[in-house]
Design a protein around this ligand. Sequence first.
Ligand code: XAN
Ligand code: ZN
Length: 489
Amino acid sequence: MSRNTLYYGSFVHSTSLTQLQYLVDALVYVSDGSIVWIETDVDGSQLQEVTTRHGLDLEGLSTTHDADFVQLDERDFICPGLIDTHTHAPQYPNLGLGQEYELLDWLQQLTFPREAKFTDLEYAQKVYDQVVKRNLNAGTTTCSYYASQHVSSAKVLADVVLERGQRALVGKCNMNRNCPDYYCEASPEASVEDTRALISYIRDLQPSKLPWKSANPSPLVQAIITPRFALSCTSDLMQGLGELMASEPDVHIQTHLSENRTEIQETLRSFPECKSYTEVYEKYGMLRNGTILAHCVWLTEKEMDVIKRTGAGISHCPTSNFNLMSGGARVGAMLDKGLNVGLGSDCSGGFALGVLPQLRNASMLSKMLAIQPEKPNEQANGHTGQFTDKPLPIPTLFYLATMGGAALCKMADTVGNFLPGKEFDALHVTPGTSPNFFLDVGEDRPAGQTREERRTKLKETFERFLFVSDDRDIAHVYVRGRKVGGAKQ
Ligand SMILES: O=c1[nH]c(=O)c2nc[nH]c2[nH]1
Ligand SMILES: [Zn+2]
């Protein structure tokens, strides 16, 4: 029998780039991991009547073995799970190291030596188990992972992700040049063959190997083709991966684009036939719906147009961009152009695990761009609009962390908000559990507050959650309706 749960309390989710819904006294019914219906503004006295209208017996629901009734505490709320559209699982042991480097030196000095250790599958198992567990507890219900170049350890990552129940994209890194001998793939053919092997391994993982019962046949873990970046791949390898993509129209692809100015110069030197960095990926057929382009700090107007035309999207990684001194991506201009944008932690280029720190830094960066006296987008590109060179509003920031990420991962019909029919990937937040999440004395809701007053309070609490909470405030983490993490798991 499938497990059904009826949740009753406050919910917050995104309905568009500019709109958040604050739902109080909401009933959300989840069956076999999917949201079946939602009712809002339901008084306690109406519970029985509303549930009966939906064919549920509230008494039976709370007592039968395979259904639960979960009533949230007054101050708690549930929001959609967060989506990390770009991170590197084997780099987590390096978190916090290498502050003194910019990208290309950082890769040689810290990153390649660390990733090379992942030939050791026992080490991979230990690290990946920690990474996935910590990401889930930080609220990341969907994650797009780079593994190292080794197909064997990428399989370990896929296994761990599935066992822990996270929704994920997992790719093995492709790289056969500009890297040390000890961490360089043998040939373009071997690199493509290993990628193909990983795709079929991950396809076979599901649904038979799901560690819990579900009638939902769609995969929780999917493969993603993962060229490190153009500088790491010879033309032959780019060609081979482009052909692999053409033969696999549904498979995702992720890579890095236009992160650091020296990287851009080197790339253009390596592909002299291309006029821009973006054109390199276009040339090899790598841009399409489902392509995740990390960083995009220094894109020209024309490059943004190419990305828009192809349906590819951008993973904005502000912590990494600050940390490696790469620059500040013009997310506002991207949004005004109608590009798909999500957030990425890019660990360990970024030192902060999870999506909330990215949301905070995306906000800081947008404010920094807004207070700059010169407005490069408007002046150089004639860009104006709702978002360009303006602080990103809270609804937009949360959209990037949820719906934007879902669109980038081609999962917008499945996750990102609580529309009926979507799967229940969610965080049950218990505000004030961590010490920074300050709740005023006397903030317990006195009886008699109107629903509108409670909605206003929820809005305030949610803003604090976005900016000052930590893992301790996330009591339960759900993926496809199943509890897979959280401080009180
Ligand atoms: O932030 C980054 N992290 C990486 O591992 C990487 N490789 C190429 N370019 C990169 N950028
Ligand atoms: Zn990266």
